[in-house]
Design a protein around this ligand. Structure first.
Ligand SMILES: [Zn+2]
Ligand SMILES: [Zn+2]
Length: 144
C-alpha cells in the first residue's frame, strides 16, 4: 500500500507508505498562483508516511485560512511537492501532480470555490466548500 512520486526534473523523489487522510481540489487564490491559474489537487497524508529524497526549497505564507502554510518545492524545476499547515503539522498536503501514475487518487471535495474564477467548472459529484472546510481527523494512533 502506498505511492511513489517525483518532481518534473527527477531531482526530488517520494515514497509514500499510507493512504491519504483526505483528497481535495483547492481554488484559493494562492493555489491559483502556484498552479498557473487552475486549482491545486492534493492528497493529505500522515506526515511521517511521506519520505522524500532530494533537496527541497521552501516558502512560507499566511494562507486564506489564517494559518501559516509552508510550500515545499523542487528548487531545480519549481515543481510543487507538498504544503504543510501550522495548524496540522501531522499532515503533508502532497500535490497529486508529483505522484506517479497510474494511481487511485482523485479529489473528494472542492474547496475555496468563493475564490475561483468565473470560468471554473466544479465536478457536481464532489462535496463543495465555499471557503476552508472542517479540519480532517487526526491520524489513528495505530499509524506510524
Ligand atoms: Zn525537480
Ligand atoms: Zn489553496
Amino acid at each position: 500500500m502506498g505511492y511513489t512520486g517525483r518532481c518534473a526534473c527527477g531531482a526530488v523523489t517520494l515514497q509514500i507508505t499510507a493512504k491519504p487522510i483526505a483528497t481535495r481540489q483547492c481554488w484559493c487564490r494562492q493555489c491559483q498562483s502556484i498552479a498557473a491559474g487552475g486549482p491545486t489537487n492534493n492528497a493529505m497524508f500522515p506526515a511521517d508516511a511521506v519520505h522524500i529524497d532530494g533537496t527541497l526549497g521552501a516558502a512560507t505564507w499566511t494562507a486564506a485560512s489564517g494559518n501559516t502554510l509552508t510550500f515545499h518545492f523542487c528548487p531545480a524545476c519549481g515543481t510543487q511537492v507538498y504544503a504543510q499547515s501550522s495548524a496540522r503539522p501531522h499532515i503533508k498536503t502532497t500535490r497529486l501532480g508529483v505522484i506517479d501514475q497510474p494511481h487511485d487518487l482523485a479529489p473528494q471535495a472542492v474547496i475555496w470555490t468563493d475564490e475561483a474564477p468565473a470560468w471554473a467548472v466544479f465536478d457536481p459529484a464532489l462535496e463543495r466548500f465555499d471557503r476552508q472546510p472542517p479540519a480532517p481527523p487526526p491520524p489513528p494512533a495505530s499509524q506510524g
